[in-house]
Design a protein. Structure first.
Length: 549
């Protein structure tokens, strides 16, 4: 095992740094944010950081300067700095798959050099970027046309997980910058409804399918891609049409060729970029087709700026490190089980879904890099909806429920669609929510409003509920790149402290294997011999009975 994955003994929870945090947590117990703010009138400015185009306010967390110092000491003691260097320099920190983790190379400038197994990967990255740009221009200029000579007007991305969530999130986030003469759709689910609804009003003659699969083995994607080919040929008949209406993004040239896509029309990716870390690779081809190559390059510049900040800033002024350590504090010391991500920006409506894969596939792990069971919680559950919709739905539980739910509020100072007072009203809601969560409403305040005694407990807001607020000037392609990289590195920071492999995903395998075994049992015309547990057997029998009706 390389130095980069050596554990730092003693074990995490026995380490002096962890125990110091536990002791410190006891001293903070019973302290209310109301008190912390009253004790330090400048707390709101002191516990905030301006970096990389973001204003990050973390003052409404149950932390003090000492908490942060202890968290940073914990990160130091677990070798976070060395882990960051190991990632950026291409060491094989994805230990269980023996792979480097180089998504940062996907946005490295062309004059940089990142060596992996004796080869510089940066020229390969830029060669693919140039191929994507040339292709995008040909589609936009009408030089690349469909088989019957019609221009391409519809782009349909077929992929799942990292080959879908990043592209769809980025398309929605950057829709404001997108070409309105193109229709961009996404098919991920193996549920035929996804395919049917995405294609029902499209003309095959004008439609390009971008089949994204790092492995080119994923059941959902290959099934959807086969249906896409059938849909196309149903209208265009001639097999040669496929070449004009399908391109692929993959590491697996053989699989692409076997499917029938010309490998000249394949955009390469590499095993050192994980699926959930790949929206800035060729997996982002649909994003580039939607917004153009210049906006895509601007997004890459945003990623790069956050990478540089993460790599070089001291931990106490390092945005992803602070965000990661505060999330870890809320999780491991305050016992929070989830994080609500609440963008006050409609264009970020798919951002929580994107973050779910990034955070939970990365840090949902039960053993350390050495295979030892962990005796602490790892990745929390991420979820969320854009404000203000969430306010009229689940915020009740965040304000008055029995669980502690830290929130990440994300807002922008300038709207992309200025409309009367809308933006001020939107942002007033964001600020009001974090204020209400932190400070609540005391019994005295409720009584002073003339509330009858019996109603007072119902109208009380305990407060002391932690939140971060991230503010940026405006949602641009560059800001989006910075935002995504911020969360990528925050996830990394937490995984490094927990000493887990944030870059594998063995937990998805068992379900896939069982589904493979179950498919013939559902499809076979003869009654199959079922050898599952009694529950699964009964479900399969019932399904077979009812589907025949
Ligand atoms: O099943 C999980 C997973 O492997 C994800 O990690 C990945 O993003 C997704 O499937 C899709 O994989 P592929 O791009 O190889 O089709």
């Amino acid at each position: 095992m390389s130095d980069a994955v050596q554990t730092h003994s003693p074990t995490l929870t026995q380490s002096p740094a962890w125990q110091a945090l536990q002791a410190h947590c006891q001293t903070l117990r019973g302290q209310h944010l109301r008190q912390l703010f009253a004790d330090d009138p400048k707390r709101g400015e002191r516990l905030a950081l301006e970096a990389c185009g973001f204003y990050f306010d973390y003052s409404k967390n149950r932390v003090t300067a000492q908490t942060l110092a202890l968290l940073i000491a914990l990160a130091d003691s677990r070798g976070l700095r060395e882990r960051i260097d190991a990632m950026f320099s291409g060491q094989k920190i994805n230990a269980t798959e023996q792979r480097a983790v180089l998504h940062t190379a996907l946005r490295a400038p062309s004059d940089a050099s990142v060596m992996l197994d004796g080869e510089d990967v940066v020229p390969q990255v830029h060669a693919v970027l140039e191929k994507m740009e040339a292709f995008t221009r040909r589609i936009h200029d009408g030089q690349w046309r469909g088989y019957t000579g019609e221009p391409i007007r519809n782009v349909v991305n077929i992929g799942i997980g990292g080959s879908d969530l990043g592209p769809v999130m980025a398309f929605e986030a950057l829709r404001h910058y997108s070409r309105r003469d193109m229709t961009v759709r996404f098919i991920s689910n193996i549920d035929g409804t996804d395919f049917a609804e995405a294609t029902r009003d499209l003309k095959p003659e004008q439609t390009l399918f971008v089949v994204c699969s790092k492995s080119f083995k994923t059941l959902e994607t290959l099934t959807n891609a086969r249906s896409a080919r059938a849909w196309l040929l149903n209208k265009l008949v001639d097999e040669r049409a496929v070449a004009k209406h399908f391109v692929a993004v993959s590491t697996n040239a053989k699989g692409v060729a076997e499917f029938g896509i010309d490998t000249d029309h394949m955009f390469a990716m590499w095993d050192w970029a994980g699926g959930r870390y790949s929206m800035d690779s060729a997996i982002g081809l649909s994003t580039m087709l939607a917004v153009g190559d210049e906006h895509f390059r601007a997004m890459l510049a945003g990623f790069r700026a956050m990478d540089e900040h993460f790599r070089t800033a001291p931990f106490e002024r390092n945005l992803p490190v602070l965000m990661g350590l505060i999330a870890l504090w809320n999780n491991n010391f305050l016992g929070a089980e989830t994080v609500a991500v609440l963008p006050y920006e409609q264009y970020l409506k798919r951002f929580p879904a994107y973050l779910q894969q990034l955070t939970m596939e990365s840090n949902g792990k039960h053993v350390t890099l050495h295979g030892a069971p962990v005796d602490y919680q790892t990745g929390p559950i991420y979820w969320g909806e854009p404000g203000t919709n969430g306010q009229h739905s689940f915020y009740q539980l965040i304000h008055q429920g029995t669980r502690l739910i830290p929130c990440d509020f994300i807002g922008f100072c300038q709207p992309l669609n200025a409309l009367a007072r809308h933006h001020d009203l939107l942002m007033a809601n964001l600020f009001a929510q974090s204020e209400a969560l932190a400070f609540g409403k005391t019994q005295a305040e409720v009584e002073a409003e003339g509330t009858p005694d019996w109603l007072v407990p119902h109208r009380l807001f305990e407060g002391n509920r932690p939140s971060n607020t991230l503010l940026a000037e405006r949602l641009t392609p560059e800001t989006l790149g910075r935002l995504v990289a911020l969360y990528e590195h925050s996830v990394f920071t937490q995984g490094a402290v927990w000493q887990i492999d944030s870059f594998d995903q063995w937990g998805v395998e068992l379900g896939k294997a069982l589904a493979e075994r179950t498919i013939p049992e559902l499809e076979s015309p003869q009654e199959p011999m079922l050898r599952h547990d009694s529950s699964t057997n009964a479900l399969i029998r019932r399904y077979r009975q009812l589907k025949r009706r």
